[in-house]
Design a protein around this ligand. Structure first.
Ligand SMILES: Nc1ncnc2c1ncn2[C@@H]1O[C@H](COP(=O)(O)OP(=O)(O)O)[C@@H](O)[C@H]1O
Ligand SMILES: [Mg+2]
Length: 480
């Protein structure tokens, strides 16, 4: 294999040691002082923050591909909206998966029960994030890694990465380069969607409910949303509850209003509920069901959640499938080009052929279960063992995907407790584009692209989860 190409960097590296030490310390303080921060997992305290891991200078990303990703977002929003409202498609696509994947099956049961009982609310709010890697084998054109329809995070902190890295660039004497760092409207865009949904709900005293985990390490990202909403619209209160608390406190009113104590809930924003661990008992599933039946506008509603599964992503990448959801041939072509090979592993002729293909050349693939939140995939040489341990039927819980090979960039990854001075390292960046869509099956009230995030990992790591400690927040430096 030929060596991976290295993108040219925004400033000459390495940075002289004295300057590097000074600017790194300033940047850490800037990050903490502006909330580019997280709670420590190792030394948890609700009273303290660490800066969030970040890349000192913006990482290079091809401008043309960045612009393309942004332009495609409204089409992707509409696609996901249409998929979420296609009961037949969701049912057939997930039929094999739910036989073996308990979590997806539980989500699907909630969906079926709500269908039978009647939706309390026709409108859904999608705060989506479509993730991409540039692919060196196709001239660095972007390929979609996944689409997130639930708890699409980092819109808040990412908005603060541009000013953080702009500060660093100016400190380093490169103010002239700021023009290649695109503005980011993620926070205002995402919050704008929640505010619009609150207005559509139309009850002056109602609140926005954030569904949270027992402990929120990524607290600043969530608080940025909460504080922004309050600042823009002082009359809107945000409350935070776990699924367990909703089960204890929640009840439905005569018109399916969701009440939590004295509060009527207009919008439910799920920052938890995407992992099996978030549902330790049946109570949490009952709470989810109650919320899905309610008149509150969900972000995401259960059908949107299902539309974001890896299995659905795989099904959408099959030939002619997009035609079911998009009518404009130009748009179908454009979306088709960002898909990379995605293969079913169901117990069928096609699925068994993908199984054989993965055993033969595992280094070309990634194996993915129906999970979110990072750390669940199997890569390359580990795939055959993982597959052989599964029964034919169990394989249906997984999908296979072509490995995307991104170009490398260089930079300094700054982590709490990291070395001083930091070392220059090889990095790989994943771009996320946020999208907002609000509507019911027939009407879309708003559909827009809402800024971006860049998450960068060591080139040697398979995954770059920021919370997991492998990745760092970043923002793009656009290369022509
Ligand atoms: N096809 C792929 N090629 C290369 N890396 C991938 C691919 N799919 C996923 N990854 C890596 O794995 C990470 C997690 O995979 P992803 O599909 O985003 O699942 P999750 O829902 O856990 O975030 C991605 O952020 C990316 O770094
Ligand atoms: Mg992901």
């Amino acid at each position: 294999m030929s060596p991976t190409p290295v993108l040219s960097s925004c400033v000459p590296f390495p940075i002289e040691e004295r300057t590097l030490i000074d600017v790194t310390q300033k940047a850490k303080d800037w990050a903490i002082m502006h909330g580019a921060a997280m709670r420590s997992k190792a030394n948890f305290s609700p009273d303290a923050l660490n800066f969030a891991p970040f890349i000192l200078t913006p990482s290079s990303f091809p401008r043309k591909e960045f612009e393309k990703a942004k332009e495609l977002q409204t089409i992707i929003n509409q696609l996901m909206h249409n998929v979420a409202h296609d009961e037949e498609f969701l049912t057939t696509t997930l039929a094999e998966t739910i036989k073996v994947d308990e979590f997806t099956s539980n989500l699907f049961n909630v969906y079926k029960k709500v269908l039978a009982n009647g939706f309390g609310q026709a409108y859904s709010l999608g705060l989506l994030r479509s993730d991409y890697l540039a692919h060196i084998l196709e001239d660095n054109s972007i390929k979609q890694v996944e689409i997130n329809t639930v708890a699409s995070s980092f819109g808040g902190i990412s908005t603060h990465m541009l000013p953080l890295q702009s500060f660093v660039m100016v400190e380093l004497g490169h103010a002239d380069k700021l023009k290649n760092m695109p503005e980011n409207t993620a926070l205002s865009g995402l919050c704008g969607g929640m505010i619009k949904a609150w207005e559509v709900y139309g009850a002056r005293k109602s609140v926005i409910l954030f569904i949270i985990e027992d402990v929120s390490y990524n607290i600043c990202d969530q608080r940025f949303h909460e504080f922004y909403i309050r600042e823009q619209r002082p009359e809107i209160k945000v409350i935070r509850r776990t699924l367990t608390e909703v089960h204890k406190e929640g009840k439905l009113g005569p018109n399916k209003e969701l009440f939590l104590g004295e509060y009527e809930v207009a919008v439910i924003y799920f920052r938890a509920g995407y992992e099996p661990d978030h549902y330790p008992t049946q109570d949490e599933w009952d709470a989810r069901y109650m919320m899905e039946c309610s008149r509150a506008i969900k972000c995401p509603s259960i059908h949107y959640h299902l539309a974001g599964t890896k299995k659905v992503q795989q099904a959408l990448a099959q030939p002619e499938m997009l035609e079911r959801f998009i009518s404009d041939p130009e748009k179908i072509k454009a979306i088709g080009q960002i898909f990379t090979g995605l293969y079913s592993l169901d117990d069928s002729e096609v699925g068994n052929a993908s199984y054989e293909m993965a055993l033969k050349e595992p280094e070309k693939f990634v194996l993915k279960p129906q999970r979110e939140g990072g750390g669940n995939n199997v890569y390359g040489v580990d795939i055959p063992d993982a597959l052989r341990k599964m029964s034919r039927v169990e394989r249906a819980a997984w999908i296979l995907m072509d490995l995307i090979q991104p170009p490398i960039s260089q930079g300094y990854m700054i982590r709490p407790g990291g070395k001083s001075p930091p070392e220059i390292v090889d990095l790989v960046s994943e771009l996320g584009i946020f999208g907002v869509i609000l509507g019911d099956v027939d009407n879309v009230i708003c559909n827009y692209q809402a800024g971006h995030m860049l998450r960068t990992k060591l080139s040697t790591a398979n995954e770059g989860g920021v919370a997991a400690g492998l990745g760092a927040l970043d923002s793009p430096y656009l290369l022509d």
